[in-house]
Design a protein around this ligand. Structure first.
Ligand code: NAD
Length: 366
């Protein structure tokens, strides 16, 4: 029978995997993992905020199906996405005599998912990997598509792999304990999915903004499933970001990354940078005659209803422009911009005039 919680299937060169979202699904996770062939012992990686109750609940759900699971708890925060911590996990796995057939299960936000995925991709040249995302950003974005990485002191996500999980299982109920600021920045990515690829999803956001910020079960689950399906579809078409499709997901990211990086990742959460960056991209598209004032206003008021920033007052524009010039997605010294042609339709442009980019960044930071 079809799984009623199935949001999408991701197809990739090595096969496919289910992306599932439902309210309270951690309870039945043991059965789902058994169905995927996971046998004990398995290794849960989680963080200190998520361990209780979610890491523990995943462990119990697995034990109900006779699958033993050990837990490794990392400190929460971006600095945990490091070689040092990956190495500590490798040692722990060796001590536990982990074998190549035994699974690693990431229970947490994008930090846990990226780090645990990096470990899964490299330990014994690759062990089965499961994602149980618990933050909004991880549910609608980080857990889908197989990008795993650790940071170097020089830059984020510098060492990693494309390593696809066996499945993604999001328990939407876990969002009830996520801080509102983190909730909103995760919604920024989902709103972005609507603007680039699904105009009807933008309508749904407009209709239900307040209910979504309160994580009302039915509507939140439905919107998360739709957003997951968009990401799943994009990464299925362009697994390794080589075909110019996956890059559409970078809407708002060119300026957004510049803002995050020039403020040393201290002022903006990722989704907040993306929110300001989406406004920058919208202004650029308007100046280039691609979209109307109405669409710019529509995007601005929707982001505001999710308490997301729409400008970056006080940030040094030179700092942002310098950081944008260093962006690893720069090609031949030119920033590529994802711009809207209409709600639900985005294109990549490499011909945005340099002075328009500068003027836009100056406007956003005024
Ligand atoms: N692999 C990808 O494709 C991809 C895509 C986007 C982002 N990322 C990465 O994801 C990371 C950001 O992810 P994130 O925003 O989830 O950050 P995060 O993992 O740091 O989680 C944010 C905070 O929320 C806490 N938390 C998570 N779930 C919770 C819950 N249910 N209740 C209470 N607290 C909870 C965490 O402990 C943490 O303090 C970055 O490292 C980024 O590079 C990866």
């Amino acid at each position: 029978m079809a799984d009623p919680d199935l949001a999408a299937e991701v197809h990739h060169s090595g096969g496919s995997y289910p992306v599932v979202a439902g309210w309270g699904i951690i309870d039945g996770l043991g059965q789902r993992l058994a169905d995927l062939g996971v046998k004990g012992p398995a290794y849960i990686i989680t963080d200190e905020n998520v361990m209780n109750p979610y890491g523990r609940n995943v462990q119990r759900a697995m034990q109900k199906e006779g699958i033993a699971a050990h837990c490794f708890v990392i400190p929460s925060g971006e600095f945990s996405k490091s070689f040092e911590l990956a190495q500590a996990i490798f040692h722990w796995l060796v001590e536990r005599r982990a074998e190549r057939s035994q699974a690693i299960i990431a229970v947490g936000g994008g930090v846990v998912g990226d780090l645990a995925g990096f470990v899964a991709a490299t330990f014994l040249r690759g062990v089965p990997f499961i994602q149980v995302p618990t933050s909004m950003a991880a549910m609608v974005d980080a857990s889908i598509g197989g990008k795993v990485a650790v940071n170097l002191p020089e830059a984020k996500n510098m060492v990693g792999a494309f390593y696809q999980p066996l499945g993604v299982f999001a328990d939407v109920q876990s969002l009830a304990t996520l801080r509102k600021r983190e909730l909103a920045e995760g919604w920024a990515e989902a709103i972005k999915h609507g603007f680039i690829l699904d105009a009807n999803l933008v309508d749904v956001f407009e209709e239900h903004a307040e209910a979504l910020m309160e994580v009302q079960p039915d509507i939140s689950t439905e919107v998360i499933r739709r957003s997951m399906a968009i990401k799943a579809d994009v990464v299925s078409q362009d697994e390794r970001e080589t075909l110019g499709i996956r890059i559409l997901l970078n809407y708002g990211h060119t300026i957004g990354h510049g803002l995050e990086s020039s403020t040393d990742y201290g002022r903006f959460l990722h989704g907040e940078g993306v929110s300001v960056g989406m406004m920058g991209a919208a202004y650029i598209a308007r100046e280039m005659g691609m979209i109307s004032d109405d669409l710019v206003d529509r995007q601005r008021s929707l982001l505001e209803r999710f308490n997301l920033p729409i400008h970056a007052t006080g940030v040094s524009p030179e700092g942002v422009l310098d950081a944008m010039a260093m962006d690893k997605k720069t090609v031949g010294g030119t920033n590529r911009f994802v711009l809207l042609e209409e709600a639900g339709k985005a294109v990549v442009r490499s011909d945005v005039p340099r002075d328009l980019v500068e003027a836009t960044v100056r406007d956003l930071t005024k």
